[in-house]
Ligand binder design. Structure first.
Ligand code: WT7
Length: 635
């Protein structure tokens, strides 16, 4: 029996039991047999959720790019590592072999070295979904620099905040990006961001759109000529198992975005192992994850997990609606995709369109369908299963988080019987717990509670960059000796998990994790606004949409309301990005507050969702009369 590739349900239970009875022995075996190390570890695991401190494979030395690239060269040198499918279907797709990818990574790594980037330095990557994005991540890893990818849909403000938070000294970007019929001036956004970022010394620019851009002398350089001149091999920096590999920002319920820090060895082992099993990847399969590398899904399941397995991973630059709503299915047919991994919001959007868009294409290559980012509703699940999978491809509803680094609760296709809306069973090595109001674990089945994890797994984030206290407070203080996920979940009669959604002030819109605080801060900066509160409400494509309750200052009272709404959304777009725009804005004269001054979002959530039959206990409100007023004018 190979513990690395699980093929039957009994095997899953057997390996699962082994992985929780003796996690150290289990992960040691996986690490030993499936990766290359420069030096073996001294200790598999040490952990303390109180500090918190978690270390996997301490003492080991390795470079993740040797695992993702070099070791495949003898056997997979001519195999395609990355298929690049451009935005415009008329532009030819590009196949990059493992040998070519190795060379491109080495060249870029050498360019970084030439620009003074050293082990431990932070490099910000702000690129569209083009091959250079994957190459840039790996080039950082090659030389031990810590990459911080910022999704190229974020605004200049969001970008500068992230650059400064982690003191990035270099930025990799492009002149622009293509998205459907639009092209976006990425370099302009970077220029604006860098007005606030004195620590950035160099900006390397990929030419993608060919648009005219400003280049600041001494700071900005075109990347390609440097790559052409660079040496095609680069010695890998030998890293400690616990050296940071990357920082990736995620929203919190309060405050600024959190720079989650992932380290090298554990992250590699866990993403590779989950990739192999959750997608049942076998040699020569073509795997496609539609996420952007700007999110954790792209880091773990476009770049590191697939490449560590020597897989062929597809990168798509475009959008599902261009040139028409058949694009995803066209790409699957064209590249004979075997595993397809996308988000419920995309499925719901495509399910609204004419079925002919799907039926036109031959999707018979598909073996596994995946879903990630938010709960998948029953209707979307069936549409996906019937029309894309033709009831022949199991759907893996994978629950996990930026913080967890890899997939945590999921079916294993052809192994775990699936059930709509259920993420089903914990993955190997994962020990979930449901907690009640009194912070006690709820045992048994057919129960519901707050989802925690009891024991460390190799790819858990180790800290928040520059703020370890916040890391402890956010994840390890609510329940003793547990990692708290922020999600609610239920466990059914057979032990299957169903994620019910966030229990904090994070709202998932189109699969994007948005914290209420930064959006409210942005609204409040408008000169006419006194105060605001935002909540989520159900939306049939986005899953949730944002509803803002806004109190105007006296000076704002006389202004044109529609204009104000536009300005508020414009401001959010500038501060955060278009993904955080509000669908509905209601001007109110007050917000329901507790005596301690906390906004009672529970009530606002109900009003926004049109679910006001039972508002619960409002007796602790300072201003109960405001509730009726808000209800009477709700949108
Ligand atoms: C939050 C994490 C994991 C990569 C993408 C999102 C929600 C994620 C599922 C799922 C129900 C899900 C949770 C989680 N979520 N996957 N299969 N079913 N909810 O990463 O931005 O860190 O968001 O996304 O609420 O806490 P993220």
């Amino acid at each position: 029996m190979s513990n690395y590739h699980i093929k039957h349900l009994e095997e899953y239970f057997q390996v699962y039991r082994k992985s929780v009875r003796n996690p150290e022995a289990f992960w040691e075996e996986i690490a030993e047999e499936h990766f290359v190390w420069r030096k073996r570890w001294d200790n598999v695991l040490s952990w303390d959720f109180k500090k918190p401190e978690i270390k996997w494979f301490e003492g080991a030395k390795l470079n993740i790019t040797e695992n993702c690239l070099d070791r495949h060269l003898p056997t997979r040198g001519t195999k395609t590592a990355i298929i690049f499918e451009p935005n415009n279907p008329k532009e030819e797709a590009v196949h990059i072999t493992y040998r070519q990818l190795h060379e491109r990574v080495c060249r870029m790594a050498n360019v970084f070295l030439d620009h003074g980037v050293k082990k431990g330095d932070r490099v910000c990557i702000y690129l569209p979904m083009i091959p250079e994005l994957a190459v840039a991540l790996l080039a950082c890893a090659r030389i031990g620099a810590i990459h911080s990818v910022v999704f190229a849909g974020f605004s200049s403000n969001a970008l500068s905040t992230r650059i400064n938070d982690s003191d990035c000294k270099m930025v990799i970007t492009s002149d622009g990006s293509f998205r459907g019929t639009k092209s976006i001036d990425l370099k302009g956004i970077v220029d604006k961001a860098l007005e606030e970022c004195p620590g950035v010394e160099n900006v390397l620019v990929v030419k993608r759109t060919g648009s005219e851009i400003y280049m600041e002398a001494g700071r900005d350089k075109w990347l390609q000529p440097l790559l052409d001149e660079a040496y095609a091999d680069c010695v890998a920096e030998i890293m400690d198992a616990e050296d940071p590999l990357f920082i990736l920002y995620t929203s919190g319920s309060t405050g600024t975005p959190k720079g989650m820090v992932h380290t090298t060895a554990g992250y590699m082992v866990y993403t590779a192992y989950t990739f192999k099993n959750v997608f049942q990847y076998t040699e020569n399969d073509v795997y496609w994850c539609t996420a952007d590398i700007g999110w954790i899904t792209g880091h773990s399941y476009i770049v590191y997990g697939p490449l560590a397995n020597g897989a062929t991973t597809l990168m798509f630059e475009g959008v599902p609606s261009y040139p028409d709503y058949g694009r995803f299915w066209d790409v699957i047919q064209k590249h004979k995709v075997n595993q397809f991994y996308t988000a419920p919001t995309a499925i719901r959007a495509l399910a609204k369109e004419n079925l002919e868009y799907v039926e036109k294409y031959d999707l018979s290559s598909l073996k596994v369908l995946g879903s990630v980012g938010e709960p998948i509703n029953e209707e979307a699940w069936h549409w996906y299963n019937n029309n894309v999978g033709k009831k022949n491809s199991p759907i893996v509803d994978t629950w996990w988080q930026t913080e967890t680094g890899g997939i945590m609760i999921t079916p294993i296709p052809y192994v775990t019987p699936t059930a709509p809306t259920y993420a089903t069973l914990p993955f190997i090595g994962i020990q979930p717990a449901l907690m009640d109001e009194n912070a006690k674990e709820i045992k048994g089945n057919q129960v519901e509670g707050r989802l925690c994890i009891k024991f460390p797994w190799p790819s858990i984030a180790r800290t928040i960059w520059g703020n370890h206290d916040r890391y402890r407070d956010t994840y390890f203080s609510a329940y003793e000796n547990m990692y708290f996920t922020g999600d609610g979940a239920l466990r059914d009669a057979v032990g299957y998990y169903r994620i019910t959604g966030r229990v904090d002030d994070v709202i998932i819109v189109s699969g994007h994790n948005l914290g209420t605080a930064p959006i409210e801060d942005s609204i409040n900066e408008h000169p006419a606004v006194a105060e605001s509160a935002i909540v989520g409400f159900p939306h049939d494509v986005k899953g949730n949409a944002l509803y803002g309750f806004v109190i105007l200052k006296e000076t704002g009272e006389s202004r044109d309301r529609e204009n104000l709404k536009r300005e508020i959304n414009q401001q959010i777009t500038e501060h955060i990005g278009p993904i955080a725009k509000l669908d509905k804005i209601q001007f109110v004269s007050g917000l329901p507050k507790t005596r301690s001054g906390k906004i009672m979002r529970r009530i606002l959530r109900k009003i926004a969702s049109n679910d006001t039959s039972n508002l619960g206990d409002t007796s602790t409100l300072l201003n109960p009369e405001i509730v009726q007023e808000i209800m009477d004018n709700s949108l």
